[in-house]
Design a protein around this ligand. Structure first.
Ligand code: SF4
Ligand code: SF4
Length: 383
């Protein structure tokens, strides 16, 4: 006699997936058109139909550990072909949002970041940290937060908020985010492997580290070249926006590290000349971030087949504000507008801190979870 499987639906999960952008889930009548239409779904156990079934049954644990949800690149081809307008691509996006919240710790922060009403509080946190830390260091006579800069002097952001203060705040935040990711990733990898073995998509055998290395290289190349996006039919143009944002973040990361080494190792203080090649890279990356953000915004506003949730808008807003405040801070400095430049810099730092601290809880976490899932799929030869 066949084993009996008793599904234990998590009704709260179904409700949350709906709130995160998968509200049309219930319209699905499981025709499988979406799995056929998806350009990147494998032949063996294709997505997203099976995820639509599992989601409508409320199988939370099965879904959050299903690496197929991360192989989806939200191209929308399935959305336009679904005869019931159930928007399977959106449902997968909502499940990914839920999964990020499940794997990130603390959960209360996940909930706060998913709640638009909490945004002012979340942005106030870095503002308070900068001010309080600045006043503390000032009380020791360090003058790292300076509101009385003499008029007519050189405009330099470090005169207002010293680079040491910025580093002391940002570096622990950055490594804190890495730690949150590490904890989440550890659980995700274990769950993903157990689920893949249970589903017959992988074998429970000894890890071949050589093969892992090959899978990592292959996945990174696929991501850099945006191969998966180019397979999309409906939303091909997302590739350009995504590429600009990804490369701008990589560029800005390089620039930040160069200036960090210049300051702490070589003891070269700014402001740095506009002719400095690292500045060129920073400016190019900044422009790419703004243009990428505008394209993301346009894409979200013009695509009628894709419903955009707060989860999506948060990322678009973050990218745009980061890019604009960064570029405008510099432009105001070059134009000699000290007050505006310093104010914009303060806002920019609030968003930089938010980028670091909230990324493991936000849509940007896909950078880690999708890379892990794609690497695992490559390693296990998912076809
Ligand atoms: S989501 Fe749409 S296309 Fe996919 S199985 Fe359901 S009804 Fe069919
Ligand atoms: S959104 Fe695109 S990648 Fe994702 S399941 Fe649908 S067709 Fe496939």
């Amino acid at each position: 006699m066949a084993d009996t499987y008793v599904a234990e639906p998590d009704l709260g999960f179904i409700k949350e997936v709906g709130a995160l952008g998968g509200a049309d889930l219930k319209k699905c009548y499981q025709c499988a058109t979406c799995s056929v239409a998806c350009p990147i779904s494998p032949d063996n156990k294709p997505f997203p139909r099976k995820e639509m079934i599992a989601a409508s049954w409320g199988l939370k644990d099965k879904l959050i550990s299903d690496y197929d949800i991360w192989l989806c690149h939200n191209c929308g081809d399935c959305n336009t072909r679904c005869p019931r307008e159930a928007k399977p691509g959106e449902v997968l996006g909502a499940i990914r949002a839920y999964a990020v919240g499940e794997y990130a710790t603390p959960k209360a922060l996940s909930k706060a970041i998913a709640n638009p009403k909490m945004l002012p509080v979340l942005l106030a946190i870095p503002a308070v940290i900068i001010l309080v830390m600045g006043f503390i260091f000032n009380s020791f006579g360090l003058n790292w937060l300076n509101f009385s800069i003499p008029a007519g002097g050189e405009i330099w952001q470090a005169n207002f908020i010293h680079n040491y203060l910025v580093d002391i705040i940002m570096i622990p935040t950055f490594f804190g985010a890495i730690a949150v990711f590490a904890l989440g990733l550890k659980r995700f990898l274990a769950d993903m492997h157990a689920q893949a073995v249970a589903d017959g998509k992988a074998k429970d055998e000894k890890i071949d580290f050589g093969k892992v290395g090959q899978a990592v290289v292959s996945t990174v190349l696929t991501i850099i070249k945006h191969n998966k996006f180019s397979e999309c039919g409906e939303n091909k143009e997302r590739s350009t926006a995504h590429m600009l944002v990804l490369f701008s973040f990589i560029g800005l990361f390089i620039v930040t590290n160069c200036f960090f080494i210049a300051e702490w190792v070589l003891h070269i203080e700014g402001p740095y000349s506009q002719l400095n090649p690292v500045k060129w890279l920073g400016n190019a990356a900044g422009v790419a971030l703004v243009v990428g953000g505008i394209l993301l915004l346009r894409n979200r506003m013009t695509k009628k087949d894709q419903a955009s949730s707060y989860w999506d808008w948060y990322l678009v807003g973050l990218v745009l504000v980061l890019g604009l405040t960064g570029m405008l801070t510099q432009m105001a400095r070059l134009a000699g507008m000290a007050g505006i430049s310093y104010t914009l810099y303060f806002v920019h730092l609030i968003f930089v801190w938010s980028l670091f601290a909230y990324t493991p809880f936000s849509k940007l976490a896909h950078l880690v979870y999708r890379t892990a899932a794609m690497t695992y799929a490559e390693y296990t030869n998912r076809q």
